[in-house]
Design a protein around this ligand. Structure first.
Ligand code: FNR
Length: 340
């Protein structure tokens, strides 16, 4: 089976809404007098120089085969109907095998006026970045950093020493905003500081808690001996706390196991400008179909507005002013890392 098809199949097989998440250890404080009306609440947000109507989007997943072309088409139909942004999966397959380009371009064909992000690995040249952007007429490009996935992937890269330089060149030369993203292993303040130092302004900390590429790639190894890395990385909540001081000057994005609008509200309160969803949306379009997924995504907008009303937040950035109580292992992490 094609690797892209395997990723989708394994992501689906392993996907389940997590009963426990580090987001459960982050609590809002209820206030009885919200002092605003539901009609006052706006979900608009802005990152990477782009204006978005809603603070969540479909994060980078797929393309590169016949099956994934259909998935990209379905995801794009959801994005178009709900007005949310969408990233494709890594376009590197289309650069190597131009005959697969259509499986990505379908996203732009279905949704000519929507916000679309291209996606490439950190090793790519500016020239490849420009090709990826041109292919999709993309509004921005996601550059993924996925060292654990590469290491666990039998055919993955073992060379990471040039990544920082190639990302710097991409930021300087590709001509559209660059979003550097993890793939579910989370980030630390040190990583974010390194990215900041080379001029990266928009960072998706994509943390542990949802789709787990250590487990997915391990399942593709004949001996499956790297199961010991199943819990590698920082959760999304912890990564956001690590990133918090940068959220004043950088656009921080949250993804990795975002289950529902309450998790979204918590991520936004922890400094994110928007939330990316992958595994769950993939599961929804495949199991429930496009129409039902559109209904669910639209209901998330209403639910997020409800939560913001209860918190007295007229706009997304107001969520950062709310009081949060951190408990359990999230609090322990903050104490040890001196992140209070
Ligand atoms: C991904 N993800 C991903 N990320 C990326 O930057 N480039 C890619 O090509 C892919 N491919 C991919 C395939 C599939 C099937 C899934 C489910 C995910 C990672 C994704 O963008 C995200 O960072 C993680 O999946 C964590 O978010 P969720 O799935 O927990 O919401």
């Amino acid at each position: 089976m094609n690797r892209k098809d395997q990723h989708v199949a394994l992501a689906n097989e392993q996907y389940q809404v997590q009963a426990m998440s580090d987001f459960d250890q982050v609590r809002f404080v209820h206030q009885s007098l919200p002092q605003i009306d539901l009609a006052d609440v706006s979900l608009k947000t802005r990152f990477a120089g782009l204006d978005l109507d809603y603070p969540f989007y479909i994060n980078g997943m797929t393309g590169g085969s016949e099956k994934t072309a259909i998935i990209n088409q379905q995801l794009a139909e959801v994005a178009k109907a709900t007005g949310i942004a969408m990233a494709t999966g890594s376009v590197s397959a289309a650069l190597k095998h131009p005959e697969t380009a259509a499986s990505y371009q379908i996203v732009r064909e279905v949704n000519p006026d929507g916000l679309v992000f291209a996606n490439l690995g950190a090793e790519h040249s500016v020239e490849n970045g420009k090709k990826a952007v041109a292919l999709l007429k993309a509004d921005a490009i996601q550059i993924h950093v996925n060292a654990p996935q590469e290491m666990i992937m039998p055919e993955g890269s073992r060379e990471f020493s040039t990544w920082l330089d190639s990302i710097k060149a991409m930021v300087e030369g590709v001509g559209v905003p660059v979003i550097v993203k993890e793939v579910g292993f989370g980030m630390s303040r040190d990583t974010i500081s390194q990215l900041s130092s080379i001029g990266v302004k928009t960072i998706d900390i994509s943390g542990r808690g949802g789709t787990n590429f250590a487990t997915i790639e391990n399942a593709r190894r004949p001996e499956q001996e790297l199961d010991l890395l199943a819990n590698w990385g920082q959760s999304t909540a912890i990564s956001l706390i690590e990133a918090y001081n940068f959220s004043m000057t950088h656009d921080i994005l949250a993804s990795g196991g975002i289950r529902n609008p309450l998790d979204m509200a918590k991520a936004l309160a922890l400094g994110a400008k928007a939330c990316g969803l992958s595994g769950q949306i993939l599961e929804l379009v495949q199991k429930q179909g496009v129409e039902e997924t559109i209904k669910i995504v639209n209901s998330w907008k209403d639910q997020l507005q409800t939560i913001m009303t209860l918190l007295g937040c007229r706009k997304v950035s107001d969520l950062k002013q709310t009081d949060l109580v951190l408990t359990g292992s999230v609090k322990d992490w903050c104490d040890v890392r001196d992140l209070n």
